[in-house]
Design a protein around this ligand. Structure first.
Ligand code: AP5
Ligand code: MG
Length: 227
């Protein structure tokens, strides 16, 4: 049976870091809507270029655009064993659309994990984050040797265009207003879990592994997708 995971949490919670790690360990594709948009901007794809202004202001991109992107991505054959979603859904309409897509697919339970981190720590992390201008990955936090070069591909490390103070503050507000209500949308499900993201990455990964394994078993025993 497949394993479908949503990694939820505010900007800087470590969704991308943990989704990458978990997906690699389980042989699942990590589907990050932020990465898809940033890659589309680099490749000058119309929908992504149109989305850029909103991203740079810290606002959400329209639901219809995001749902279309995710629907198409989930049609790819590599998602047959499941997937790890990072940054989607972010609104209740997106969550409803995802439920419909999963109903149509019928491949395994949906596990939802909310990664919780205090706001002061989110602000600290985002102010310090650098990403590679070539491969788009986060610079490793422990990459003390050279803060200027990507450890994976040697590309130049830069600040994400939405990581300056004003935009971070807007992203946090948008999260509270538009994405936090999703926690209520999912909370009553037997496959919803909360993880403390304010620990060392290895500890967060360990906790995630445990709770996702447990929730997936519960979901599989129920023999259903979302309930
Ligand atoms: P997106 O790229 O998804 O950004 P975000 O949600 O704001 O989250 P981040 O990527 O900033 O944080 P993260 O939780 O992934 O943390 P990370 O692992 O990098 O979206 C960007 C924009 O795209 C949105 O604002 C919107 O405009 C648009 N968009 C995307 N999806 C959309 C959707 N579905 N609908 C509408 N619009 C959409 O970690 C952060 C930093 O902390 C890193 O430096 C990392 O190394 C470090 N770190 C990670 N874990 C730890 C730890 N445990 N301890 C210490 N440091 C840590
Ligand atoms: Mg991210």
């Amino acid at each position: 049976m497949g394993l479908n995971v949503i990694m939820m949490g505010p900007p800087g919670a470590g969704k991308g870091t943990q989704a990458e790690r978990f997906a690699r360990a389980r042989g699942l594709p990590k589907i990050s809507t932020g990465d898809i948009l940033r890659d589309g901007i680099k490749r000058e794809l119309a929908a992504a270029v149109e989305a850029k202004a909103r991203m740079d202001r810290g606002e959400l991109v329209e639901d219809a655009t995001m749902i279309e992107i995710v629907r198409n991505r989930l049609l790819q054959p590599d998602t047959t064993p499941g997937f790890v979603l990072d940054g989607f859904p972010r609104t209740v309409p997106q969550a409803k659309a995802l439920d419909e897509i999963i109903d149509e697919r019928g491949k395994g339970p949906l596990v939802v994990v909310d990664v919780v981190v205090p706001e002061s720590e989110l602000i600290r992390r985002l102010a310090g984050r650098r990403i590679c201008s070539t491969c788009g990955t986060n610079a490793e936090p422990a990459d003390g040797a050279s803060r200027a070069v990507c450890g994976k591909c040697g590309g130049e490390l830069v600040q994400r265009t939405d990581d300056n103070d004003n935009v971070v503050s807007e992203r946090l507000k948008v999260y509270t207003r538009q994405t936090q209500p999703l926690v209520d949308y999912y909370r009553e499900r037997a496959t919803f879990r909360v993880v403390n993201g304010a620990q060392a990455p290895e500890r967060v990964a360990h906790e995630l592994d445990t709770v996702i394994g447990d929730a997936a078993a519960v979901g599989a025993a129920m023999g259903t997708e979302p309930t």
